[in-house]
Design a protein around this ligand. Sequence first.
Ligand code: MG
Length: 283
Amino acid sequence: MPDAIPSVTIVEVSPRDGLQNHPRDISTAAKIGFIDALSAAGPRVIETTSFVNPKAVPKMADAAEVMAGIERHPGVRYMVLVPNVRGLERALAAGVDAIGLFAAATEEFSRANLNASIDETFVRFAETAQLAKANDVWVRGYISVAFHCPYSGVVAPERVLPVLERLVELGCDEFSLADTTGHATPGDVTALVTTALDVAPVERLGLHLHDTRGMAIDNVAAGYDAGIKIFDGSSGGIGGCPFSPGAPGNVSTESVVDFFERQGIATGIDSGAVRLAHDTWIA
Ligand code: MG
């Protein structure tokens, strides 16, 4: 395992983002083995599961069992997604201490994927964030389609900024800007990060990049050059692009780790161990 003090943080999203739409059904035992193996690879944050409505997302119905079964490594934050207070209550009962809230940058995407307008989602988030803070729960706010929307096309930074400001007002501890369709270019990344840094501190701003068009690592490089030190990655690159069936989605953790480590930038993560975790439990 690399032993230099990490200078970038890679958020491992495969147990949730990767498995939520995985073509195979992964057993609860395999998810637990997978998460335990990932924990040993050195990440500081793992997006572990999702406390969504089990009827809507059957693949995440075992969220409480997964949280109860994993071995929580000291120094690793096991974050889960929650859509609302109901999800947070279930998460709290499972001993969760870090959550993610998903907002969208466009009304079209919000209505299609969250079944609510942006305003309506923030009503839910306000009560959820309030309950989270009352329970000392760490909160990450995501912004989907921060570069391009499958329904409304290119998303300018000026449309993302008000949503980011609302997440800042909620008291989120960290923010992640997502290239959900994988359409961003390095220039787009530079432009959005530069704008976003007007309202969010650089040490709390991250990027969630997809490799749909093979641009993810170039976009990681652009983000890093603009000051970003938090990047999401998915072991084995699992978590396809839902808008381009068969196309790559999440950038692989291994490629992000290797990109940084080759330049002497420590991630704290053993990319071989990440690959092994994926190949052992998921492939
Ligand atoms: Mg993703």
